[in-house]
Ligand binder design. Structure first.
Ligand SMILES: [Zn+2]
Length: 354
């Protein structure tokens, strides 16, 4: 990999007007993607390969290193100003330790940042995937120019980030911003993966959308026929993607399922607006584009669920970064990795390095 880059090198580089490049890594349960990103958030090149989660922690690390080498070799002789890691699950952004991620069994309380810095000799930053993606949107994406940003990634789960003045709000231990696990129906009969009842994630993420659609189809075969056809006649094969396709075909049942999704999202976002009053709400993730067709539905309902008189005029935008949000997010961490608490940690690290 590229030679070690110190803070003073970075400054010199800037003085030379040579634009720094950053390496963003998106680590998932089955694959690793990495990309070179410039200071404007443009992804210049990418590489991906398999992740090894079944072996030792070191083997997991080496799987990541393989992909890094692949993409870094395309950066020529230009040194990398930093590596940023977007990780699923619980991550301590201050210590750089991966606490616990269901789909990364190889790393439990694993000091990923320290191990990577030793291996790559480049400063490394790490955060959870939603925080990283939210920061990228705030720096370069749909939320560029806004001071207070609420980001939600809707896919197989719902990850969220609070970004204030271009810094992630972490809370004292790095656990803040888990908006996907706000319960909006604590008496409901659906338990979230996290164990709590009624989390918005359990209702409005992909599996929740699919579950509600299956129940509707099973209870009314006639009305469910169109969606059933999309799923090739198999109720259990109905996914949120099927519902999206059904909606595009004009199927009323699929439309009803997505309208319900918009309803629960409006209740949830109303809570968030009353608490935090973001200037903009950005929605990304695998279902972001589909749900962006319902932004107007959500916005029209917001006044019903908020005290805030301006709730209906807060813009809702589709994220700029789709499948590359982890790469852009990782790179963004290198530029603005820190809230106040993290900045102290960064200063400490620099001192230690000296
Ligand atoms: Zn939950």
């Amino acid at each position: 990999l590229a030679a070690s880059v110190t803070e003073s090198d970075r400054r010199t580089q800037n003085a030379d007007q040579e634009e720094p490049h950053y390496l963003g890594i998106d680590i998932g349960g089955t694959k690793v993607s990495a990309g070179i990103v410039n200071a404007h958030g443009e992804i210049l090149s990418t590489a991906k390969g398999p992740m090894n989660t079944e072996g030792s922690a070191r083997e997991g690390l080496l799987a990541v290193r393989n992909i890094l080498d692949k993409v870094a070799s395309r950066n020529g002789k230009r040194p990398l100003a930093g590596i940023g890691v977007s990780s699923p699950g619980q991550v301590d952004p201050f210590s750089g330790v991966v606490r616990n991620a269901v789909n990364l069994p190889c790393w439990v309380d694993y000091p990923l940042r320290n191990e990577m810095e030793q291996l790559c000799q480049v400063p490394v930053w790490i955060d959870n995937d939603a925080n990283a993606a939210g920061l990228a949107e705030a720096l370069w994406g749909a939320a560029a120019g806004y001071d207070s940003v609420f980001y939600a990634s809707i896919g197989t789960g719902i990850g969220t980030a609070i970004v204030q003045n271009r810094a992630i709000y972490h809370g004292p231990t790095g656990a803040a911003g888990e908006g996907g696990h706000m319960s909006i129906d604590y008496r409901g009969d659906v338990n979230c993966n996290c164990g709590k009842p009624g989390c918005i994630e359990s209702m409005a993420a992909g599996p929740g959308i699919a579950r509600r659609a299956r129940v509707k189809v099973a209870s009314n075969v006639k009305k469910g026929r169109a969606l059933l056809n999309v799923a090739q006649g198999d109720v259990s094969a109905i996914t949120s993607e099927c519902v999206g396709r059904g909606w595009k075909l004009g199927d009323p049942l699929s439309t009803a399922v997505l309208m319900e999704t918009a309803d629960v999202l409006a209740v949830w976002m109303g809570n968030i607006i009353d608490l935090f009053e973001p200037q903009v709400i950005v929605v990304g993730g695998g279902l972001g584009e589909l749900m962006s067709n319902f932004f107007e539905e959500i916005r029209l309902q917001l006044p019903k669920y908020t005290l805030n008189k301006n709730s209906g005029s807060i813009p809702m935008k589709l994220a700029r970064y789709g499948p590359d949000s982890g790469i852009a997010g990782g790179a963004a961490l290198c530029l603005h990795s820190t809230s106040a608490a993290g900045a102290n940690t960064a200063a400490k690290r620099k001192k230690q390095a000296v």
